[in-house]
Design a binder for this molecule. Structure first.
Ligand SMILES: [Zn+2]
Length: 228
């Protein structure tokens, strides 16, 4: 089901820098100020796994409430980043609980989920298998640095996308269908054009072709609302 007003062709699906031409990822406490200062901006919000170890239960619940409210706004493009980081995310059970809460908001509000995954690909794959077809919204593994096998495993699930930043494993790009590829600048100062150029080099096709594919993919993954 599509309910899409006209959107500019945004191709940068994840950045932490304020930009009109990207989905800007903002921590929940900053979201209302950011929207006020930058009306019309497309944003995603979620509790980054790195922030969890320092948070109290009350702070966590308050932020989940903020995420749920802001996810309903028209310019809310995605939920996240959320995910599992076995190096810097602290207690694994708590990370998994937080991830589940983001997943349910993603499903309830028909917004895609942006995943931060560090040394936890097996956990994400297992979880996705368990959840089966209860998942209707796209899952975007952002800043993917894994290998070809991990990329193919994730893309074996329906409606999954891999977002590549400036640094990635070229074999992973080649291992997946072109219709799963997204691009991002994350927290770097690189331009999205530089990222797309590197993806086109890895794919061994023209820049124009890669640009067209990523434009289509971003529209489908992020801006077309997927009915539940
Ligand atoms: Zn990020």
């Amino acid at each position: 089901m599509t309910n899409t007003p006209h959107h500019p062709p945004i191709i940068n699906c994840h950045t932490h820098r304020i930009s009109r031409d990207a989905v800007v990822c903002v921590d929940p406490p900053m979201i209302s100020g950011t929207i006020k200062a930058n009306p019309g901006i497309y944003f995603s919000t979620g509790i980054h796994p790195w922030r969890l170890p320092q948070m109290t239960e009350e702070e966590f619940e308050r932020e989940m409430e903020t995420i749920r409210h802001s996810a309903a706004l028209p310019n809310a493009a995605a939920i996240g980043e959320t995910g599992i980081d076995t190096l810097k995310g602290g207690d694994l059970t708590r990370q998994q609980e937080a991830l589940m809460r983001h997943i349910s908001i993603s499903e309830d509000t028909c917004r895609p989920l942006v995943l931060h995954v560090v040394r936890a690909g097996h956990i994400i794959t297992r979880l996705r298998k368990q959840l089966g077809n209860t998942i209707r919204q796209p899952w975007i593994w952002h800043g993917f640095r894994g290998n070809a096998i991990q990329a193919a495993q994730f893309c074996a699930f329906a409606n999954t996308y891999i977002s590549f930043g400036y640094n990635f494993n070229p074999d992973a790009v080649k291992a997946i269908n072109a219709d799963r590829i997204l691009a991002e600048t994350d927290d770097t100062t690189r331009s999205i054009d530089e990222v797309v150029k590197r993806i086109s080099q890895a794919r061994n096709t023209s820049l124009a072709d890669t640009l067209e594919i990523i434009t289509d993919n971003t529209q489908r993954a992020i801006f077309n609302r997927h009915a539940r």
